[in-house]
Design a protein around this ligand. Structure first.
Ligand SMILES: [Zn+2]
Length: 349
């Protein structure tokens, strides 16, 4: 997810005292004191592998070799054999085609980001390969996938690590964090493709109840700050760049996803996760690059972050995967239609 302090529907069911206890109960470190090396080591050594990257991701990518260029672009030094990093590229790459990047698992615990990207590759990507250069990176943070963690093994948020030189604004709940291997390898791989102008980048994310019960309290503990719970939305929404609004494109995506799962409503203040809702199901934030988000890793004309809420009573894991696929399809269909309209206007069709 994009925002740092949230409150899930699960948390909303708890009485205030229980929320307060939960907010204060992260078991590592001293309240009000930022973690040092010992606290980070205590955190790392208490993480547990809970699912298999090899079984749930790598084996599925293996099956795609005939159709796509499945390419290793790095490996995490935490355990290089266990955590190779893979990108899946369409064949018949051409500088005349628009180039599209799909990323999932920048937050490894957000399952439908990973499995939605894989489902797109398995079921739909081939239908777009003639029109686009596709680069799909289904699991940017595989250690986080296996341990169901938001951070990487160094206790850094990969989705704040794409611009480590970005300005840190005190008191802001989202700020750039140091470079990670997860971001550095991806940036290097994208640079090697020599795409001067990207057309589209969709970064697939989720919001989960554990944001409120584990990850945001952990962030507060790590940084020596007070955790303040906030309401999180029940439904799908998109995060747009306030410096590059694409309202028609976002509306097209929301309309398509609405057929698969419900869209998050604005709260009584007209906001979602504290940010202004600029159109149905879409919030606007500062330039993603400025705050180190993966959504700012390219210069794409169309770039957004998807947010699915898998813990909603109104959805399930399969539906969340399908919502991610629907968002990708709608994004690309819009661009195809728009390009066709341009060419018709120029008399090329
Ligand atoms: Zn996320």
């Amino acid at each position: 997810m994009y925002k740092c302090s949230t409150m899930s529907s699960f948390m909303r069911l708890l009485p205030l005292w229980a929320r307060a206890v939960s907010a204060l109960s992260f078991p590592i470190g001293t309240p009000g004191v930022a973690w040092g090396a010992a606290e980070r080591e205590a955190w790392l050594s208490s993480r547990v592998v809970r699912r298999s990257y090899s079984d749930e991701v790598l084996s599925k990518l293996d099956a795609l070799h005939e159709q796509f260029d499945v390419r290793q672009y790095g490996a995490l030094s935490h355990d290089a054999e266990r955590y190779p990093l893979y990108a899946v590229l369409s064949r018949r790459w051409s500088p005349t085609k628009p180039s599209v990047l799909i990323t999932g698992g920048v937050h490894g615990y957000e399952t439908s980001g990973v499995q939605g990207a894989i489902l797109f590759l398995q079921s739909k990507a081939h239908t777009y390969s003639d029109k686009f250069n596709l680069v799909v990176v289904p699991c940017v943070s595989p250690w986080g996938y296996e341990t169901i963690q938001r951070w990487n093994a160094q206790a850094v948020d990969p989705n704040r690590s794409f611009n480590p030189d970005g300005e840190v604004v005190q008191g802001r709940s989202f700020n750039p964090e140091p470079a990670t291997e997860e971001s550095s390898f991806l940036i290097r791989m994208l640079s090697s493709l020599n795409v001067s102008q990207w057309t589209c980048h969709i970064d697939l994310h989720e919001t989960t109840d554990t944001d409120a019960t584990e990850f945001m309290p952990a962030k507060a503990a790590r940084d020596g700050e007070q955790y303040v719970a906030e309401e999180i939305p029940d439904g799908f929404y998109l995060v747009s760049d306030i410096t590059n609004p694409q309202p028609e494109w976002h509306a097209h995506i929301i309309d398509a996803v609405r057929k698969v799962t419900h869209i998050a409503p604005a709260d009584v203040n007209g906001r979602i996760i504290g940010e202004p809702v600029v159109q149905d199901g879409v919030i606007a934030i500062p330039s993603p690059k400025s705050i180190g988000l993966c959504a700012g890793v390219t210069n794409a004309i169309y770039a957004t972050t998807t947010e699915v809420y898998p813990d909603s009573m109104k959805t399930d894991a399969d539906q969340c995967n399908l919502a991610q696929v629907a968002a990708i399809e709608a994004s690309l269909d819009y661009i195809i239609n728009r390009e066709s309209t341009w060419r018709q206007a120029k008399g090329e069709l």
